[in-house]
Design a protein around this ligand. Structure first.
Ligand SMILES: [Zn+2]
Length: 427
């Protein structure tokens, strides 16, 4: 057992409201099965007598917060970040597909996976729902590396059997065999989970989507991840390819891919009916604001999502996204929320932004009570943040007179330099 005395941020699991202790105590130790979990979290004065003899590390000038949860990222696009392109479809063709074609090589996949997980840790991200590529070797490389690091981590083989160049296009029958083999090999091993991963509707044949839906029904606790309604060209293309479906989102629904644990990146150009269908099915949105701003795709409509009862959380969407940093993503989400010309603009509070990247993201993934928060029983994934990491951040946070001011200073001015330590599985 080990304890940390620090400023402590966590969230009410029901309301999502931030809970803050200026002088807090976080106690981490094994649960009944030996897994490292949060044993207690709250005010130091109220808790310390319950843990006599437990070593306490004094981090009183730091802030301990839940590890960040990234709901949508592509590890094979680590080297695609910052690629100049005229929007989504040219960006895929000129940068993404050529890079991804290299992941048939296990050695290349392993090297990128190692760098990717190092980068997540440097930025305080402890759980990610991640695309691999269409090559099974890319999936194995990521799972092996995540397992060695003790991470709670989800990925899956990308399905794309048409409208994709040689080198990344897969074969319908084999792609489904490989997916089921991946589920059996990896899902539920340690902290790992598998996601059935159609790239997006336009790059899958109806047969491949039908097979993916059958696997989604056969393995109901396996995740589904894809993209939907990112930009208008893509929405038009999906409508041409699937004229029978009610909408782009309706394509996934028609093939049995709209259910709990189905995570759709972007969800920008949706109708009210689409949002209501997502909410009713329990499918969720991975809001990817740096990517949407970079590619000029549009603005996620928070008010419409809330009105429909849709769940959502934040994602970097690297390499369409421009940063691994949760701070950059939260700031971009604030900007996207504020935008009031194409939809109602609103001001997301710092607590709401932070929740969307921790406990809210975990809830959207179906991992509430497991990660994304520091309530008793949660797995011991957290970050130690240094509010004095840069001169300007130190100056600004010293003047913070409320939790909102402290968190917003970190959101606007923070980056990897503010992440003093990332603790995964108690280590
Ligand atoms: Zn993406």
């Amino acid at each position: 057992m080990k304890a940390y005395r620090a400023r402590l941020l966590r969230f009410d699991e029901d309301s999502g409201a931030p809970q803050f202790d200026e002088d807090g105590l976080l106690v981490v130790g094994p649960d009944a099965t030996g897994r490292p979990v949060v044993r207690a979290a709250g005010a130091h004065g109220a808790l310390i007598d319950r843990f006599p003899g437990v070593a306490v590390e004094d981090l009183r000038d730091q802030l301990i917060a839940p590890g960040f949860v990234d709901m949508h990222i592509h590890y094979p696009q680590t080297d695609v970040i910052g690629a100049p392109a005229a929007g989504l479809l040219p960006w895929l063709e000129h940068y993404t597909f050529p890079h991804e074609s290299r992941f048939h090589d296990p050695a290349h996949a392993r090297e990128v996976a190692r760098f990717f997980f190092d980068e997540l840790a440097r930025h305080g991200v402890t759980t990610a729902l991640t695309f691999a590529t269409s090559h099974p070797a890319s999936v194995d490389a990521a799972f092996e590396e995540a397992r060695a690091r003790g991470l709670r981590f989800i990925t899956g083989k990308v399905l794309q059997d048409r409208h994709s160049p040689d080198g990344v296009r897969d074969e319908t029958e084999q792609s489904l065999v490989d997916t089921e083999a991946g589920i059996r090999r990896w899902h539920g091993v340690d902290r790992l989970g598998y996601a059935i991963t159609p790239r997006f509707a336009p790059t899958s044949t109806p047969a491949q989507l039908r097979g993916a839906g059958e696997l989604a029904a056969k393995y109901p606790d396996v995740w589904i991840q894809s993209h939907v309604a990112e930009n208008r060209d893509e929405v038009r293309w999906a409508a041409e390819l699937f004229p029978q479906s009610r909408s782009y989102l309706g394509v996934y629904e028609d093939f049995g891919l709209l259910r709990e644990r189905a995570v759709y990146a972007h969800c920008i150009h949706l109708s009210t009916a689409d949002r209501e269908r997502m909410a009713a099915a329990g499918a969720v949105a991975a809001v990817s604001p740096t990517s949407n701003l970079f590619l000029g795709s549009g603005f996620f409509d928070y008010q419409a999502a809330d009105a429909a009862g849709m769940r959502y959380g934040l994602a970097s969407d690297v390499g369409g996204g421009t940063s691994f940093s949760p701070f950059r993503t939260m700031l971009a989400a604030y900007t996207v929320g504020r935008e009031g010309q194409t939809k109602p603009g609103l001001s997301l509070t710092p607590g709401q932004l932070w929740w969307q990247h921790t406990a809210g993201a975990a809830r959207a993934l179906g991992l509430q009570g497991v990660v994304g928060n520091l309530q008793p029983g949660h797995e011991a994934d957290f970050v130690v943040l240094d509010p004095k990491a840069t001169p300007l951040l130190a100056r600004k946070t010293a003047q913070a007179s409320s939790l909102d001011e402290l968190l917003f200073a970190l959101i606007v001015l923070g980056d990897d330099r503010a992440v003093a330590r990332t603790v995964v599985n108690g280590r």
